[in-house]
Design a protein around this ligand. Structure first.
Ligand code: NAP
Length: 337
């Protein structure tokens, strides 16, 4: 079977024997993968995402069909459609440092960019019938993170205002969940074309942060000078200062991102005090959160926004494309062609 490995900041396709599943594992024939900014950071060895050594299988998220089950597995059967989990050790309850270990496609574990992959039976989740393999593959990292930020760890109420920064994977899921919750959504993007697409999806207000250097003022104007209730802060570093200017008193900033690996910057701590801002760090989410997200999505028949699907043979090209930020929503990889 074919699998990718990371060598010298590039993904290389190699041939390997078929994996065999142990008693507590399932063997999955992978049908689809989906990329995240994280995959670009890991492959390119950027800042804290640099791997200690070469040989890691890339890509965190994927979905496929169970084709064999270990002797002790009772919760899954051959033919089940499943997707991976972003942190398989965080099944439920509060997050701990230990539960975050072993996330696929990062320093702690191999990813899913392979034709066949064994998983511990608890490390996958069944896919609702209405989602394709490709759509389900888009959910583990970006979807669950956005769900955690907008629903599980937020105090959002219908009618509240939400600022969505950019139109990448996490951002569009955050927008969809905010709309699902009846919130008024402001989307910022570097592209008018992407803003037009966000409007089609239901965004109420659009701001181009690249051409409008006063975009923070625009956010304040839209909210009558008050600022927004909630921000999905996917940019990271000193950008938090801009988010602090956009947030209203008592509002929440979900600190999610580090675009291009930038995790440091100087922050105006007075603004945090004077506005009594809640800054909530978000680190992906548990299997239980993933399950609740799927239930809500199914109820609303919500689907991920897929921008483009590459063939499995084009993984390197797709990862470069992810890093370029040209996409709107999610980039998929198919193993079905
Ligand atoms: N904490 C966690 O658990 C967690 C989980 C998942 C992701 N993340 C992080 O969240 C971020 C987003 O991940 P992703 O996979 O959704 O990335 P992505 O799909 O590659 O999206 C990147 C988008 O960010 C937007 N952007 C870049 N600079 C911006 C700026 N200055 N202001 C506003 N928007 C800006 C751009 O949108 P436009 O093209 O529209 O301008 C770009 O397309 C990354 O930093 C990632 O590492 C964290």
């Amino acid at each position: 079977m074919k699998t990718y490995q990371i060598h010298n900041a590039k993904v290389t396709l190699i041939e390997q024997p078929m994996p065999e599943c142990a008693a507590d594992q399932v063997l999955v024939k992978m049908h689809a993968l989906a990329l995240n900014h994280r995959d670009y950071l890991v492959v390119n060895g950027i800042t804290r995402w640099k791997l200690a050594e070469d040989g890691r299988v890339p890509v965190a998220d994927g979905a496929g069909e169970v084709i064999a089950v270990g002797l002790l597995v009772t919760d899954l059967k051959v033919g089940d459609r499943v997707s991976s989990l972003i942190v398989p050790n965080w099944q439920d309850g509060e997050m701990t440092a230990d539960k975050l270990q072993g996330s696929p496609g990062g320093p702690g574990a191999d990813g899913v960019a392979a034709e066949y992959r064994v998983f511990k039976h608890s490390a996958v989740i069944k896919i609702p019938d209405y989602l394709s393999y490709q759509e389900a593959a888009a959910l583990p990292c970006a979807g669950v993170t956005a769900w955690n930020a907008m629903v599980e760890s937020s105090q959002l109420k219908p009618g509240n205002t939400v600022l969505i920064l950019g139109t990448g994977g996490v951002s569009l899921f955050a927008m969809q969940f905010a709309l699902m919750m009846g919130c008024e959504v402001i989307v910022s993007s570097s592209s008018d074309a992407k803003l037009a697409m966000a409007k089609e999806l239901g965004a109420h207000h659009l701001i181009n942060y690249a051409t409008n250097s006063e975009w923070v003022e625009s956010v304040l104007e839209i909210t009558g000078g008050e600022g927004v209730h909630h921000i999905a802060e996917v940019v990271g570093g000193s950008h938090l200062n801009l988010s602090l200017r956009c947030i209203r008193s008592g509002g929440t900033i979900a600190q999610i991102g580090a675009i291009q690996g930038i995790c440091e910057g100087t922050v105006d701590t007075a603004e945090i005090m004077y506005k009594a801002v809640n800054i909530k760090g978000i680190e992906v989410g548990s299997k239980a959160m993933h399950s609740r997200m799927l239930k809500a999505m199914q109820t609303h028949q919500m689907k991920p926004v897929m921008h483009k699907v590459f063939d499995f043979s084009q993984l390197g090209e797709a990862i470069d494309y992810q890093g370029s930020g040209s996409h709107f929503g999610k980039i998929g990889i198919t193993l079905e062609s």
